[in-house]
Design a protein around this ligand. Structure first.
Ligand SMILES: [Zn+2]
Ligand SMILES: [Zn+2]
Ligand SMILES: [Zn+2]
Ligand SMILES: [Zn+2]
Ligand SMILES: [Zn+2]
Length: 541
């Protein structure tokens, strides 16, 4: 039979063995200590009654207790509320007795006989019960003044603008008009007739040389009949359609209004735990647990409920076995706390971080000492990273994502450890990667630009942009090649410690390639633009 302390120890082993390069021999059991925590959990229910007023049009809907006036209906509602409040403690007590053996929740329906609505109806004030009111648009006349003619029944003639006259069409308003005449005269010298043309001015017959004629559209009156109102000056009111009255909006045309008062109930609930134990850590943990959680960890017994005037408190007494186990981890002591018979651990107190601390420190030192540009990978740095990657937890942290988050939330390792480890791996990998990709990246940034500059000096005048784009593409392809080469080199260094697929996601998670990529792109573009400028200068010469 395993003791709770044994169970606790097993949990730790099952945690650290898959996550680190260490096994149970690295965790020495120093001492264990069993105690009991206890306390009381309370679930509070606080019902409250309220009266909700509502006004509406129409007669009282069915199912409402009717009263002669709104005042008496309101009175009845508040009396009902007072009665429900008075009866509440007794109801709560009886309910608690009925449910002494279960954990069912108190509902609003348990606190009173149910929702009741009280109300009264009255003739509508706005329309005097008629359901309709005088139309404000036409003052009840049914007709309004025509807007086209402003009530005159006639409008100015559109043909003459009201003057009754139009310009004469024959003479264009001048009153006189030109005419060509051909005359035949006898020429005595030539002994024959001879014809010649000339222009003469004549008075206009059409307008009696006044230039103006009577308007054909209005026969000189200057006015036309209004089409909108058929000469009457008034049109049918568009709001009431000519009836002179509109539906009453207050009562919805029913002639009645009503007021209701609805008695309702709502129940607020909260849960609190009062726990006792010598360790504040245990008390804090127990206070955060739900009733279900407490029941899964130890015996929970329902107590006599506490009935107040307007609240019910269901009480539960609980106990929970607490197992404290002290472990010696790499020379430092960690005290873990297990809850319940199976000694569940909720906080592993950075135990994985403590186990892996030495590896991390080695990584931090070697990263600092490794040269930024070296010929070939720095062996000490490679070894330090390899040692870190031997522990699954470090691989998960490097990749980032939900697995890394879970390690932190369960206390398997601390935020501090996680931050330092990722920083260490990031700079370590950056150094290695820069060593492998630096030369390729430098070539990608400079070679195409140099070629472009060379052809610029050889006579290219930069008139067409073709060579520039070809050089840019060449730079991109060269860099892509350099990156694939560098990645496969880095990959090969750690092939024995990490699958290549995970290594890819780790390099991406740490943002290792980003810096080299951005720098190469920026330098390449600058140099290419400089070469382009050189070609442009040659053009200017
Ligand atoms: Zn009305
Ligand atoms: Zn009207
Ligand atoms: Zn004329
Ligand atoms: Zn006219
Ligand atoms: Zn009109």
């Amino acid at each position: 039979m395993k003791s709770p302390a044994d169970l606790l120890y097993e949990q730790v082993i099952q945690l650290i063995e898959p996550l680190t390069r260490f096994d149970r021999t690295s965790l020495k059991r120093e001492s264990d200590h069993e105690t009991q925590a206890g306390g009381e959990a309370s679930r509070w229910y606080s019902p409250s009654f309220n009266v909700a007023p509502h006004s509406g049009g129409g007669q009282l809907p069915s199912g409402i207790q009717s009263f002669p006036s709104a005042g008496s209906a309101e009175q009845a509602a508040s009396s009902a509320r007072a009665a429900a409040t008075k009866a509440l403690p007794d109801r709560l007590r009886k309910w608690a007795e009925r449910h002494a053996g279960d954990d069912s929740a108190l509902t609003a329906g348990d606190c009173y006989d149910g929702s009741v609505t009280y109300g009264a109806q009255a003739r509508c004030h706005s329309c005097g019960g008629q359901g309709k009111t005088t139309c404000g648009n036409c003052s009840g006349q049914g007709r309004t003044i025509c807007s086209m003619c402003s009530g005159r029944g006639q409008t100015s003639c559109s043909g003459c603008g009201g003057s009754g006259q139009q310009r004469c069409g024959s003479c264009g308003g001048a009153g006189r008009m030109q005419r060509y005449v051909t005359k035949t005269v006898w020429d005595g010298y030539a002994n024959r007739y001879h014809s010649h043309s000339e222009t003469v001015m004549e008075n206009c017959n059409m307008c009696g040389s006044s230039g103006r004629r009577q308007c054909g559209q209005c026969y000189g009156r200057g006015k036309q009949n209004c089409h909108s109102c058929a000469n009457s000056g008034k049109v049918t009111c568009n709001r009431c359609g000519g009836s002179g009255s509109v539906s009453c909006s207050t009562c919805g045309a029913s002639g009645w209004t009503h007021k209701t008062y609805k008695l309702g109930c709502s129940v607020q609930s909260r849960f609190e735990v009062d726990a006792r134990h010598a360790r504040p850590e245990v008390v804090a943990r127990l206070k955060a647990f739900s009733l279900e959680h407490l029941s899964s960890l130890g015996p929970v017994e329902q107590q006599e409920p506490d009935v107040r005037a307007n609240a019910l408190r269901r009480r539960y007494r609980f106990t929970c076995r607490i197992t404290e186990l002290t472990l010696d981890t790499q020379g430092s002591a960690i005290q873990l706390v297990g809850f319940g018979e199976r000694a569940y651990v909720f906080d592993f107190k950075n135990i994985v971080g403590v186990l892996l601390e030495q590896d991390l420190q080695t990584l931090e030192t070697t990263v600092q000492q490794a040269p930024t540009f070296g010929v070939g990978p720095d062996e000490e740095l490679v070894d330090a990273i390899r040692q870190c990657l031997e522990s699954e937890a470090n691989q998960q942290l490097g990749e980032g994502g939900p697995a890394a988050e879970k390690l932190k939330t369960t206390g398997t390792l601390s935020e501090d450890y996680a931050g330092r480890l990722t920083a260490g791996l990031r700079s370590g990998f950056r150094k290695l990667y820069l060593g492998e990709s630096g030369l390729g990246a430098a070539l990608a940034a400079t070679l195409p630009a140099a070629a472009l500059a060379a052809i610029a000096l050889a006579g290219w005048r930069g008139k067409t942009s073709g060579p520039f784009w070809i050089a840019l593409l060449a730079s991109f392809l060269l860099y892509t090649g350099a990156e694939i080469f560098a990645r496969s080199r880095v990959n090969r260094l750690f092939r024995a410690h990490m699958e290549s697929k995970r290594m890819r996601s780790l390099l991406r998670g740490l943002g290792v390639m980003k810096k080299v990529r951005l720098t190469t792109a920026a330098v390449s573009l600058l140099l290419l633009l400089a070469a382009l400028r050189l070609a442009a200068l040659r053009l200017g010469m």
